[in-house]
Design a protein around this ligand. Structure first.
Ligand code: PEP
Ligand code: MN
Length: 263
């Protein structure tokens, strides 16, 4: 169902009043985790000014260690809803498991399925039963084919609005958090009609290097970007080392617009 052979033309999906896929490039930006009202509303206002059309922010966080910040959970969802009301930005947030799917789906405009859950087949089927758009992130060590098959699980349940997201894979390299596999963008776009997005923040994991990978992702044909932005990255409760400050994000967005305009 996700194959180009079945449907040759690009899928363009309406989410709120936005059209994702096709020619328009969209950027979702925001903190790794929702932390406070000021943080999420302030970030929403700043990224909107810089041209983002959607707000990201985790409320239920799948952390590597059980002792790390796990997110504000339902309180985080309420803060995301407030930030949407203040700014009009659509909200993208991660759904960690089937148990919390109903409450997450109530607030999210787009459900994010994280890399660690890419092959959680019960979760894929459950989000496939909803009619919410899904941002499906590539697993830590998943092949392009496995990502497409994970998308197939969702679409097979009748939910056709799936965005594929490259977010870096595990390689032997230790200098960067992951290796952003930009090969995946033209491969996915030729194999599938679904929109293909890139997450340069988790892909490289080094704040100073994120803008370069934002530009590269657009140049290689990505339909959109998801970028971590925080008002005070050194104090972030998660992923501060890869989060852009407002001014860095603003500059990166002008560069992205220049590249998108030149294509
Ligand atoms: C995130 O977007 O903050 C996140 C946890 O991403 P990933 O699932 O790609 O690691
Ligand atoms: Mn993160």
């Amino acid at each position: 169902l996700v194959s180009r052979e079945v449907k040759p033309e690009d899928t363009v999906m309406q989410v709120g009043n936005l059209h994702l896929g096709g020619n328009a490039i969209h950027v979702m930006a925001g903190p790794c985790s929702v932390e406070t009202r000021e943080q999420i509303v302030g970030t929403a206002q700043a990224v909107k000014k810089s041209g983002a059309t959607m707000l990201r922010g985790g409320a239920f966080k799948p952390r590597t260690s059980p002792y790390e910040f796990q997110g504000l959970k339902n309180d985080g969802l309420s803060l995301l809803a407030e930030a949407r009301k203040e700014t009009g930005l659509l909200v993208v947030t991660e759904v960690k498991d089937t148990a919390t799917l109903p409450q997450v789906a109530e607030v999210a405009d787009i459900l994010q399925v994280g890399a660690r859950n890419m092959q959680n087949f019960s979760l894929l089927e459950a989000v496939g039963e909803t009619r919410k758009p899904v941002l499906l992130k590539r697993g830590l060590s998943a092949t392009i084919k496995e990502l497409l098959m994970a998308a197939e699980y969702i679409v097979a349940k009748g939910n056709t609005r799936v965005i594929l997201c490259e977010r870096g894979i595990r390689t032997f390299e230790t200098m960067t958090r992951n290796t952003l596999d930009l090969n995946a963008v033209p491969m996915l776009k030729s194999l599938s009609h679904l929109p293909v997005w890139v997450d340069p923040s988790h892909g490289i994991g080094v704040r100073k290097a994120v803008p370069a990978m934002m530009r590269a992702a657009i140049a290689v044909g990505a339909d959109g970007l998801i970028v971590e932005v925080h008002p005070d990255p050194p104090r972030a409760l998660s992923d501060g080392h890869q989060s852009l400050e407002f001014s860095e994000f603003d500059k990166a967005m002008s560069e992205v617009r220049a590249i998108a305009g030149a294509l």
